[in-house]
Design a binder for this molecule. Structure first.
Ligand code: 3PG
Ligand code: MG
Length: 400
């Protein structure tokens, strides 16, 4: 795999460099609520601009349906990126159209053009290789003859999409600093991690996490389960779960996981329940055997948090993906906070697996440097740990 450093050694001054970044940040209206992914994209871009490259950044935001939609515009992202970079950032009004061309043509050395949301073009996510290829050619055309591609959108490398995968086949391609760092961390986890190796999984659905659970169980010493998905496990143990999230069709699968590896799997002993899904709901903390009919579990309770803390205290390696409760609402944030704090307090090599858990670290004001690595890729890091090949990485390694 050729890397950003290889490219810098070749020299980029005056050259156009297409960078795929993952700038898919959560927004509240036009306000970015967590700019982690933008900040994580800055080092690669600024190395390039610092070396005099004319940088063309392409990225997606949300899941627009292949046509422009104002609420998915990268406008707020362009503003933030411009604040974070010394270089000037200009947002093009389209993806590969007239505005993109003139914006790129107008770049001076060390400046940045951000193309509008790549998913405004339906070809980006097309299942049809020829359609994706056509968009990839348009992207490659923007950087022209001497142009190169730097793949740095780790959060999206599990997607076989035009700006992630196909374009890498058309231009000389290099792994950006973020992609390299992320892959190195995940290789460490999937190689021979120091033990005890404890994995903490939360989030709403067992079905989303089943593949990673099945591939991690043989490797881990303990798997701590929280979040909405714990209720399907509790139901598999024969407990009533009231109105909590429940995937009925996954109960048998959970039963089998518990029968096969129950000694490794820790489930909540108590939960915070609420009479409705709201920050001002009536709440109560109960043992899992005392769930109330009509109420829903929205966080793990303090007894559970303490047990999980004990399991994490002597861990040497920790991977955490998925919040323990609805941390966005104060009454249901303590479980996530406690588990995150236990990870910070441990002496482990700790990796936070992207998405909601990374957002939780920042939203709950935990020290980011309390973790060894906070991934920018939720789905991508899970698929890596499942042992799946990531198309956006494989193509850089030349074996896709
Ligand atoms: C993410 O947010 O997980 C990445 O940016 C990928 O987005 P996607 O799941 O919509 O492909
Ligand atoms: Mg700037």
């Amino acid at each position: 795999m050729k890397t950003l450093d290889d490219l810098l050694a070749e020299g980029v001054s005056g050259r156009r460099v297409l960078v795929r970044a993952d700038l898919n940040v959560p927004l509240d209206g036009e306000t970015i609520t967590d700019d982690g992914r933008i900040r994580a994209s800055v080092p690669t871009i600024s190395k390039l601009t610092g070396a005099g490259a004319r940088v063309v950044v392409t990225a997606h935001l949300g899941r627009p349906k292949g046509a422009p939609e104002a609420k998915y515009s990268l406008k707020p992202v362009a503003v933030r990126l411009n604040e974070l970079l010394d270089a000037t950032v200009t947002l093009a009004a389209d993806v590969v159209g007239d505005s993109a061309k003139s914006t790129v043509d107008g770049l001076a050395d060390g400046e940045v053009a951000l193309l509008e949301n790549i998913r405004f073009d339906a070809r980006e996510t097309s299942k049809d290789e020829a359609e994706r290829g056509a968009l990839a050619r348009d992207l490659a055309g923007l950087v022209g003859e001497n142009g190169v591609f730097v793949s740095d959108g780790f959060g999206v490398v599990h997607r076989k999409q035009a700006s992630v995968y196909d374009v890498a086949g058309l231009l000389p391609s290099y792994a950006g600093g973020l992609v390299l760092a992320e892959v190195e961390v995940l290789r460490k986890l999937s190689g021979d991690p120091e033990r005890p190796y404890v994995v903490v999984l939360g989030g709403s659905k067992v079905s989303d996490k089943l593949a990673v659970i099945e591939s991690l169980l043989p490797k881990v010493d303990k798997l701590l389960v929280g979040g909405g998905m714990c209720f399907t496990f509790l139901a598999a143990e024969g407990l009533g779960v009231g109105e909590s999230l429940l995937e009925g069709d996954m109960i048998d699968t959970c039963k089998k996981l518990l029968a096969d590896a129950g000694e490794k799997i820790l489930l909540p002993a108590d939960v915070v329940i609420a009479d409705r899904f709201a920050a001002d709901a009536q709440t109560e903390t109960v043992l899992v055997a005392d769930m109330r009919e009509g109420w829903m579990g929205l966080d793990i309770g303090p007894i559970t948090a303490e047990r999980y803390a004990a399991a994490l205290a002597d861990a040497r390696t920790v991977f955490w993906n998925g919040p323990m409760g609805v941390f966005e609402m104060a009454p249901f944030a303590e479980g996530t906070r406690a588990v995150a704090q236990s990870i910070v307090d441990s002496d482990s090599y700790s990796v936070v697996g992207g998405g909601d858990s990374a957002a939780a670290v920042r939203a709950l004001d935990l020290p980011e440097d309390g973790f060894s690595h906070i991934s920018t890729g939720g789905g991508a890091s899970l698929e890596f740990l499942e042992g799946k090949e990531l198309p956006g990485v494989a193509v850089l390694e030349g074996h896709s």
